[in-house]
Ligand binder design. Structure first.
Ligand SMILES: C[S@@+](CC[C@H](N)C(=O)[O-])C[C@H]1O[C@@H](n2cnc3c(N)ncnc32)[C@H](O)[C@@H]1O
Length: 379
C-alpha cells in the first residue's frame, strides 16, 4: 500500500494514496484499504473543540480507521488525557494507526484490533467516539454501556435516507421509527437518531442529555451526556413524541401521541415518530464552544464553524421543527419572499442551520402565512 502524508489540524498522518484506488478518474474514500475522508474535517474540527470543553481523561476512538480523530484529540484538545484506545477491526487500519500514532508522538495510545462492540463491553471510559459507515445503531447499546456516569458519547450518522424519511422501511429496521418525508426532514432526521439513542440507553437505565448536535453536508453529528438512573431514563423517554404535517394545508407540529387529522383543517396528516422533542443543544455548551473556538484560529473551517455555532445558538430557543418556506409557498401558490424579510416581519424568528429555506419561530403557522402573503404581494 503506497502512502501519502496529509495535514489536518495539528496532525500529520499517512493515508493510502488515493491515486492508487481511482476508478475512471474518480475516487471514493471507501475504496481505499483504510478510510480517510477530507469532507469529514469539519466534523472532526467541531469534535476537537467539544472534547477541549469535555476534557476527558480517557477516550475510546472505537472505529478509528487512520486514527485521525484520536490523534487530533491528543494534539489539539488540551485535555488531561491519560489513555486513548484506538480501535478498528481492520488489521490494515490498525497497522496504519500504529504508524500515525508514532509519527505524532501520541504517548497515551493503546491500539486494539477488535470488534468495537465486544471491546465496548469490556471497558469503561469518559468519552466514546462512534464514527461508523452509515448508521451508528449497531454501536449504541455497547457505547452507552462503556461510558462512565456523567461521561460523553459522540455519534456520526451518514444514513440520511432512513433518518430523513426517504427510506421508511430502513428507518423502521435501524431506528424502530415510523418515519415520513416531511418538509422539515433535516431536523426530523436528527431527532429520529436521538430518539433511538434515548431508547437504547433506557434499556441500561441510563438517561441521555444532548449537548451538541447538528446537520452538515451528508451527515449528522450528536454529542450526548449519559447519566445513570432508571427515573432519569424515564424522564428522557417522556421527551419522545411525534411530528405531524398536513398534506393539504401544510400545517405542522409535534404531539405526545400520534394524531391522524390536522388540528387546523381536519385533513389527513403524515407522521414521524417516536422522535426526540427535547432540546438538541445545551446553550451553555454552545457558548463555551464559541469561546473555545478562539483557540483554534489555525483550523481551515474556522469561519464555517463560527457561523454554525452562532446559528445554533439563535435557533436553540425555538420549539422543535422548522418551517420550510418553499413548501408553504407551494401550498398557497405564492412567491417565496426573502427569508430575512419574513424573519423581520415575524419579529421573534431565526434562520436555521438545517436548511437555507427554513425558519424557526415561536409564532403561529397563520402568522407566518400572513407575513408570507403580505410580502409575496410586494415581490
Ligand atoms: C467511517 S470509518 C472511521 C473514520 C474515522 N473515525 C475518521 O474520522 O476518519 C469506519 C471504520 O470502522 C471500522 N469498523 C467497521 N465495523 C467495525 C466493527 N464492528 N468493529 C470495529 N471497527 C469497525 C472500519 O474498518 C472503518 O475503518
Amino acid at each position: 500500500m503506497r502512502l501519502v502524508e496529509i495535514k489536518e489540524g495539528k496532525a500529520r498522518i499517512f493515508i493510502p494514496d488515493p491515486k492508487e484506488y481511482e476508478k475512471n478518474g474518480k475516487f471514493d474514500p471507501s475504496w481505499a484499504p483504510v478510510f480517510y475522508n477530507p469532507r469529514m474535517m469539519f466534523n472532526r474540527d467541531i469534535s476537537v473543540i467539544a472534547v477541549s470543553i469535555i476534557s476527558p481523561k480517557s477516550i475510546i476512538d472505537a472505529l478509528a480507521a487512520s486514527g485521525i480523530r484520536g490523534i487530533r484529540y491528543y494534539l489539539e484538545s488540551n485535555s488531561p488525557i491519560e489513555e486513548i484506545i484506538f480501535n478498528d477491526k481492520s488489521k490494515v487500519a490498525v497497522d496504519l494507526i500504529s504508524k500515525n500514532v508514532e509519527a505524532n508522538g501520541v504517548k497515551v495510545a493503546k491500539i486494539t484490533n477488535r470488534d468495537a462492540n465486544s471491546l465496548l463491553y469490556e471497558v469503561i471510559t469518559d468519552y466514546v467516539d462512534i464514527d461508523p459507515f452509515g448508521s451508528p445503531s449497531p454501536f449504541i447499546l455497547s457505547s452507552v454501556n462503556a461510558v462512565k456516569n456523567g461521561g460523553y458519547i459522540a455519534y456520526t450518522a451518514t444514513d440520511l435516507a432512513p433518518l430523513e424519511g426517504s427510506a421508511k422501511k430502513s428507518c423502521k429496521r435501524k431506528y424502530d421509527v415510523n418515519n415520513s418525508k416531511l418538509s422539515f426532514s433535516k431536523e426530523v432526521g436528527l431527532r429520529v437518531l436521538l430518539s433511538k439513542i434515548v431508547r437504547e440507553a433506557a434499556i441500561l437505565e441510563k438517561a441521555v442529555e444532548p449537548i451538541f448536535a447538528f446537520y452538515n453536508d451528508y451527515y449528522y453529528r450528536v454529542i450526548i451526556r449519559v447519566t445513570r438512573g432508571a427515573k432519569r431514563a424515564d424522564e428522557s423517554i417522556e421527551k419522545l413524541g411525534y411530528f405531524y404535517e398536513c398534506e393539504k394545508c401544510g400545517f405542522s407540529g409535534s404531539s405526545k401521541d400520534p394524531i391522524e387529522k390536522c388540528p387546523r383543517c381536519g385533513n389527513k396528516v403524515k407522521i414521524s415518530g417516536p422522535v426526540w422533542l427535547g432540546k438538541i443543544n445545551d446553550d451553555s455548551f454552545v457558548h463555551k464552544m464559541i469561546d473555545y473556538l478562539q483557540n483554534f484560529s489555525y483550523i481551515k473551517n474556522f469561519e464555517a464553524v463560527s457561523i454554525l455555532l452562532h446559528k445554533i445558538l439563535q435557533e436553540n430557543k425555538y420549539p422543535p421543527g422548522y418551517y420550510n418556506l418553499e413548501f408553504i409557498a407551494s401550498k398557497y401558490k405564492i412567491n417565496v419572499p426573502a427569508r430575512e424579510k419574513i424573519i423581520e416581519c415575524l419579529g421573534d424568528a431565526s434562520q436555521t442551520h438545517f436548511s437555507s429555506k427554513g425558519i424557526k419561530t415561536s409564532k403561529s403557522f397563520d402568522e407566518i402565512l400572513e407575513c408570507m402573503k403580505t410580502l409575496s404581494n410586494k415581490v
